[in-house]
Design a protein around this ligand. Structure first.
Ligand code: NAP
Length: 276
């Protein structure tokens, strides 16, 4: 992990960021999506996650607009399609992402999921991009423990900054092995779909009320109370951004944690990594 990116406390400037999947796709929503992202930045949610896949580049274009004039305050994450992550393809893909994002570097570049290109090729590309200053850090997404272990034999594989995976109250499978594996290596886990794409069950409401929160805020606060988790909810409206930001101030008492464990039990055995 690049220490320069971290605060004096050894943490990223923010652990609560913003996702962008399905943003930038509709012109009639452009202004409100732009305002939502910018409000999130104003509130300190300065980590933003995007991908060349999202809207086939349109989410990146929106993010490019949103970060204009404040690039240095943003921790910018994008992802490469697995089929483009060849030794030379990844250089082109990154250049194209940077152009859409109107910047000359990414803070973090991820392999979106594992495809058929050998990891050694992709990582050769990552190392080259880093050397050229086009990316500061690189990492992976949707990698299970066996994939992470394979990285040990790949040049650059142990320099992975994060693994971005599906993790929320209703999807706790990674607690069995992947999360401890990453924690043991001081590697942050970036939790995607942290509010289960807006489909958290209504049964969370009564518990959330006890924490003076709604179910979305409680789900975010539950992730944030854990060590080493980065959280990237997507919110296309200012109202949702404000609610999500407030989640960072919510303390969850032990009694509520136990009630959540009863509703959504931690895993009792290994299950394959869930992917959306
Ligand atoms: P998510 O963040 O769990 O949920 C987004 C949905 O929840 C949207 O419909 C949003 O509505 C709604 N929502 C957000 N805050 C809310 C609130 N306070 N109250 C009510 N509804 C709320 O799901 P996601 O977009 O799948 O995941 C987040 C980000 O993770 C993505 O945007 C993307 O950047 C990343 N991701 C990565 C992968 C991967 O393979 N690496 C896969 C999935 C996602 P509005 O939009 O209307 O505000």
């Amino acid at each position: 992990m690049n220490r320069e990116l971290l605060t004096a406390n050894g943490e990223l400037p923010t652990r609560l960021g913003q996702g962008t999947w399905r943003m930038g796709e509709r012109t009639d929503r452009h202004r409100s999506e732009l305002r939502a992202l910018q409000l999130g930045f104003d509130l300190g949610m300065t980590l933003v996650d995007t991908a060349e896949m999202y809207g086939e580049g349109r989410a990146e274009a929106l993010v490019g607009e949103a970060i204009a004039g404040r690039r240095k305050d943003i921790f910018l994450v994008s992802k490469v399609y697995p089929h483009r992550a060849t030794r030379s393809g990844i250089l082109t893909a990154c250049e194209q992402s940077l152009k859409r994002l109107k910047t000359d570097y990414l803070d973090l570049y991820l392999l979106h999921w594992r495809g058929s290109i050998p990891l050694t090729e992709t990582f050769e590309g990552f190392l080259q991009l880093k050397q050229q200053g086009m990316i500061r850090e690189f990492g992976v997404s949707n990698f299970d423990v066996d994939d992470m272990e394979e990285l040990a034999a790949v040049p650059g594989g142990t320099e992975v900054f994060t693994n971005q995976v599906l993790y929320n109250l209703t999807r706790r499978g990674i607690e069995w092995d992947l999360l401890p594996w990453c924690r043991g290596r001081k590697m942050p886990v970036m939790a995607y779909s942290p509010v289960e794409q807006g489909r958290l069950p209504a049964k969370v409401d009564s518990i959330a009320r006890k924490a003076n929160a709604n179910r979305f805020q409680l789900a975010l606060a539950w992730l944030l109370h854990q060590e080493g988790i980065l959280v990237i909810p997507k919110a296309a409206s200012e109202a949702h951004v404000i609610e999500n930001h407030k989640a960072s101030e919510i303390q969850i008492p032990g009694k509520i944690l136990s009630e959540l464990d009863a509703l959504f039990p931690p895993p009792r055995n290994k299950s394959p990594l869930a992917i959306l």
